[in-house]
Design a protein around this ligand. Structure first.
Ligand code: FS2
Ligand code: SF4
Length: 547
């Protein structure tokens, strides 16, 4: 195996024996093989589109296939084997349509467009040779992988929107072209162009998901979220999929079982549609990697709707209480699928919860969030006045992900040391590094404004664009906004590419720069976009406040 797609990659260069995330070598290789076949599918779709004959049978399949390979989403070997078989079947159907339309297979030379397997042995003997290292030139490899990771993140956001009935065909078109681009002898410049186009499509995907979420569940609003526990048994829901949460809330209503959020599901509390459920009890715990401690105390079942899953310790007391759905999976966890046209059936989890004691409190009190674009616009006068009067000197966008590395303590220290006339704009699970600190407010505006999940970084960009309009500056970079972003997995890659597409410069990225950036590609990012790493909280603060 070779994988360097996330921030915690071994030695900052690549996991080669087993993932730091817990991904086994056989699963890593099968993920590569799935991507190989998806690229083959994409070749036919690009050709079929040129013949005006592409159908939508594979849209959702491609999104799901990419999503399954995101860090910490799916560790289940059997699911990958099945997915590869389905992918081969689907590809053969597309190939047949292509031939029926008079297409010539000589036009497609990429091996993933015709290589096939019937057994696990055949799959495994191929899987080790189609991964990242099959591209020899390190710069081309770096660009191909950056494009792939951006598309994985984009696929995740697009899938959540799809689940709510919102689609944008141009995103599918881009993903097909992007997947094909990773298989062609393109120059570094051509790949850089594809990466930038990926950023544009990332903006579109986040806008699509924003519309899907807000059209369906209303605009997030300022909300106080309880972080303690109640006396009923509970179900803990994690991940990002709001439709799954909605269906769980509907099915648990009146059952005596409460629902709590964990990690990236916290922002669901900000949506008006979910507030009507009296048993939607609060948020339990912190960001994803703390699950191994926090789940030990929850007592009830947990449901993962997406990443981030941490493999449980062999003697973890909660191992037999974890369920997955959607693209998530883990061997031994029960997986719940949607039957076409129906809500997911969560009755088994609900019955399971009823047999469990109530959660044990690990925290008490509450936190405040709900500062997505609509809510911030409602406060615009107050915010603008605070900026004009000097009460707010600078905004610090500290969005992105959290992770296990000790170096991430930097973000807590940085937030603590920020002067009192600064405001943090956040989204994603990075917020757990400082969202419980007593940072106070400025004229009633909290100093940590949480817009939501990582995809709600879109909201932060919309807010920046609005401020640009209000303050009549020509360039978004003239605003008093600093970007100090924490990354971990591939959704942060698409958020970064989206910000670059929107013209944001001088983004600081930590706790370490991506292992998948070759020195030359890193140089391009530094020279063209002013991307930089982080140093110490004190030095960075000094720099940000002086520049
Ligand atoms: Fe955090 Fe994990 Fe949201 Fe990432 S919960 S690192 O998935 O996508 O952020
Ligand atoms: Fe390693 Fe990250 Fe890949 Fe897991 S996802 S194998 S930790 S690089």
């Amino acid at each position: 195996m070779f994988c360097y797609q996330c921030q915690e990659t071994a030695k900052g260069t690549g996991c080669t024996v087993r993932g730091v995330c817990g991904k086994t070598s056989d699963v890593a290789n099968l993920q590569d093989l799935l991507l190989f076949i998806l690229k083959g599918i994409a070749h036919y779709r690009v050709q079929l589109r040129a013949l005006d004959a592409v159908d939508h049978s594979a849209d959702r399949f491609i999104l799901d296939g990419l999503f399954m390979t995101i860090t910490n989403a799916n560790f289940d070997k059997q699911r990958f084997v099945e997915k590869i078989k389905e992918a081969i079947k689907l590809r053969e159907q597309l190939k047949q349509t292509f031939l029926d339309k008079g297409g010539k297979t000589e036009k497609i030379t990429f091996e993933g467009a015709f290589w096939t397997a019937n057994t696990l042995e055949e799959m495994e003997s191929k899987a080790g040779f189609v991964g990242v290292l099959s591209t020899e030139n390190e710069d081309i490899r770096s660009l191909r992988e950056m494009l792939t990771y951006g598309m994985k993140g984009m696929a995740a956001y697009t899938e959540h929107a799809y689940n709510l009935g919102h689609e944008n065909p141009s995103i599918y078109e881009f993903i097909d072209r992007g997947l094909v681009a990773t298989t062609l002898p393109l120059s570094a410049d051509q790949l850089v162009q594809m990466v930038l186009e990926c950023g544009k499509n990332g903006v579109d995907a986040m806008a699509l998901l924003d519309k899907a979420n807000t059209d369906t569940y209303g605009n997030p609003e300022i909300t106080k979220v309880d972080i303690g526990v109640r006396k009923n048994p509970g179900i803990l829901i994690s991940g990002h999929d709001l439709r799954d949460l909605y269906e769980l809330l509907e099915q648990t209503e009146g059952t005596g079982v409460d629902v709590y959020t964990h990690s990236e599901m916290l922002p669901a509390h900000y949506y008006p549609a979910f507030k009507k459920y009296k048993h939607f009890a609060g948020n339990y715990g912190n960001s994803w990697w703390r699950q191994v401690y926090e789940f030990q105390h929850f007592n009830g079942p947990m449901l993962f709707t997406t990443n981030c899953i941490v493999p449980p310790h062999p003697d973890a007391n909660y191992k037999d209480r974890v369920y997955t759905t959607g693209s998530a999976g883990f061997p031994g966890f029960k997986h719940i699928e949607r039957k076409p046209g129906q809500p997911k059936d969560f009755s088994e989890i609900i019955e399971h919860a009823k047999r469990c004691p109530a959660p044990e409190a690990i925290e008490t009190g509450s936190i405040i969030g709900g500062f997505a674009h609509n809510q911030v616009f409602a406060l615009a006068d107050k915010v603008v006045e605070a900026v004009k009067s000097g009460a707010i000197r600078k905004f610090f966008v500290m969005a992105g992900c959290d992770g296990r590395m000790k170096g991430r303590e930097y973000y807590t220290e940085f937030a603590q040391k920020l002067p009192k006339d600064t405001v943090i704009l956040t989204a994603g699970c990075a917020k757990y590094r400082y969202n419980k600190l007593p940072l106070g407010d400025i004229n009633g505006i909290p100093r940590v404004l949480d817009a939501g999940q990582c995809n709600d970084s879109y909201s932060l960009a919309v807010i920046a664009l609005k401020l640009k309009e209000i303050f009549r500056v020509k360039d978004i970079n003239e605003l008093p906004i600093v970007y100090n972003i924490a990354w971990y997995e591939q959704k942060a890659v698409i958020v970064l590419l989206a910000l670059l597409y929107l013209g944001v410069k001088n983004i600081h990225l930590g706790p370490t720069l991506p292992g998948f950036l070759s020195p030359n590609v890193a140089k391009v990012l530094v020279e063209k976009f002013g991307i930089a790493g982080i140093t110490t909280a004190d030095d960075d603060l000094k720099f940000f406040l002086e520049n």
